[in-house]
Design a protein around this ligand. Sequence first.
Ligand code: NZQ
Ligand code: ZN
Length: 386
Amino acid sequence: MSMNFTFENRTRIVFGPGTISRLGALVGPQERVLLLFGGGSIKRNGVHDAVLRGLADRFVVEFGGIEPNPEYATILRATDLARREDITFILGVGGGSVIDAAKFLASVVTIRDGDAWDKLVRGDDVPPPLDNGAILTLPATGSESNPVSVISRLERGLKLPFHREATRPSFAILDPSTMKSLPRRQLENGVVDAVTHVLEQYMTAPVNAPVQHGFSETLLEVLFEWGPRLVEEDSDEARENVMWAANQALNGLIGAGVPQDWSTHMIGHALTALHGVDHARSLSVVMPHLMRHRLQAKQAMLARYARRVWKIDEPDDGKAAQAAIARTEAFFRRMNCPVTFSDLPGIAIDPEQVIHHLVDAGQLPLGEAGDIGAEDVRAVLRAAGA
Ligand code: NZQ
Ligand code: ZN
């Protein structure tokens, strides 16, 4: 193995159609619950009603209006409500934005003095968070069973990932039937996001990790086969397979003990903070160009990916790697996601602003070996058409 590691994932996953009815057994009867949700999709598709039925006899207060790419200011408003109502448990119901916000809120509520954001960025010693649980309605981020919240603070122009193990949800209900109301664009985004999560934990330097690599390859094969089917056919199988694969793509297992390269995500977060680009679309536009820019460093794993996942019969590693990047790019296009900035009309990208965001976020240098600097980011963005 490349590195020593500890693997623990406390989240109890409850998977399958109709499982929201199990909520009552997952939340203690004494809990005072804050039900957190987004712009209202759960009110239109019946999920809100099912949640309230599941929580019958519990004390429940609701906070709606968590926006995509959740804002710190909105979470502070939810914090006031949670403190006023002596909330003991946060239940996030929605996609990655709502679940990230629920996890971050669970931290912020118990940090009673000072600026919670700054304290969490610095890694100060802070009180334990409230407990939280998740009901997922959009498979993409893996947030429902991981310890990360990605939160924006627009007054500072930042979008940052916060990693806090104690905020990993105690349970996650994954009911694929909740996906039936998802617009096509969100289905496409979810698949592309999950694919990049696997690739950023897999496409690094070759190490002795056949379990992690093999599992990553299976997840990629499932997403490449079932992602398009999810979008093109209305099937329970497609919803189930994508929901489970997206969860497994970012729950800690395939990343255990292996080098990781989150540069596409960090550059993507800057693009979202600066231009409001959908999370997945900020990734598809960067990743192929980053892979080409890093061809030498990533060639061995790219060639393995070409042969095992894309079944490319090419003995030369360099050619196999190039072919795999082209196939990945074609997949993103098939999922209607941009692969150059010309696919994002009306947005003018200034590489210097992106680099500025990365510097302010304390994220440079990037890459599995910490050798992707400002020059490289500039070159990748230029190659993408900036
Ligand atoms: O707000 P509502 O009304 O619920 O509508 C949402 C939103 O408009 C809608 N939606 C969700 N489920 C639906 C639905 N519409 C109809 N039917 C349903 N069943 O979809 C829209 C997008 O939702 P959002 O939660 O923003 O999408 P996603 O799950 O892609 O989450 C993106 C956020 O997660 C962060 C991203 O940066 C971004 O802020 N990420 C979190 C990660 C983590 N915690 O580990 C990792 C990821 O890489 C990512 O950075
Ligand atoms: Zn992502």
